[in-house]
Ligand binder design. Sequence first.
Ligand code: HAM
Length: 422
Amino acid sequence: MSIRLPRGTQDILPGQVEKWQLIEEKARELCANFQYSEIRTPIFEHTELFLRSVGDTTDIVQKEMYEFKDRGDRSLTLRPEGTAAVVRSFVEHKMYGDANQPVKLYYMGPMFRYERPQAGRYRQFVQFGVEAIGSADPAIDAEVIALAMSLYGSLGLKKLKLIINSLGDKESRNAHRQALVDHFKPRIGEFCSDCQNRLEKNPMRILDCKQDHDHELMKNAPSILDYLNTNSKIYFNKVQQYLTNLNIPFEVDSNLVRGLDYYNHTAFEIMSDAEGFGAITTLCGGGRYNGLTEEIGGPEAPGIGFAMSIERFIAALDAENIELPIKNEIDCYLVSLGEEAKDYTVGLLHKLRLAGFSAERDYLDRKIKAQFKAADRSNAKYVAVLGEDELKANKINLKSMATGEQMEIELETFIDKLAELI
Ligand code: HAM
């Protein structure tokens, strides 16, 4: 029996991986412009970290974690998301003491959730995310959203919808929470057992329930926006004002509840509304998480961030029929004829590569015609032909594949000549 890859994972093969590399490169470039530095945290963390941050009533913690005991009987979990680890690291390394505040970080790497796999939903997926920790200025909320939108825009995505909401501060949330309990309690028996558990622990999670989504009580559930206190309203208005200043269109949707518990104030999602995009349209999600550093044992440091998966980014590009500008060409292919010339190209190829050229030669002892075909397949800009006669005369024949022009060059000056041409 042959072994296949685990459900919900994928191999990213040459031909596809170039898209990933381009997105990653763009993300890094943009992060440099926006002044976010890369952070790399472990793939697994103590399970406790996610219980405390993502929240023990969320689907992620209750149903989706890859949790295991190591040989020392510690409970560890493959990270389902990046924020918890970044905030843990921020606290652990006392970054709150750094001179530069807020601390602005980005990360890229695999995350793991035991979800039901379908188009756009994997069990291992790669997130690019940013976190700005140490400022409660609504301008940084706008900056974070602008970064995500700019990244999508830089690769040509147009059919995007930004949805924002405010979950308010603690006081607003408590008032909303009470209203939700009053609303759902009399008929909670009609809801799933998860929701029944959520009622007292975290009634907002009921709004995010996939099972009871269509229950009539969902439609007229109390809206958080009606419970925002003055400070929360002022904050939310500022965020909207800044987005407008940045010419970033958005919609306010009071039903936007995120799937993780650490949020307050700004919450947002970016969706694709391209035709033909699958059922899962959320490309990116994020929001503010004031209070999370304290939850993880650090001092107060308000934060905000987002994460997006590269898988869904690529799906959105495909849905909009966007071809990424990916070059798959090489500078020079060495074609050789005869044993001595073949031997010579081993060293010559190495010299070319060390001089900074992308270069290739034949390793299958192919006839000259097949070597030319291989050169074609690798989109070589130049093909250099070395036969026994050329070698004796210390010459090499160089052909430009774009113009068909051929020239005979002294072997000693070959690399310099190629540098001139390319
Ligand atoms: P999230 O909404 O759980 O938020 O995930 C963010 C993004 O990760 C989603 O919008 C989607 O692009 C991608 N994603 C999530 N699950 C999957 C999956 N199974 N397959 C493919 N892509 C997926 C967070 O993770 C928060 N940590 C975001 C954040 C950062 N909030 C503040 N800072």
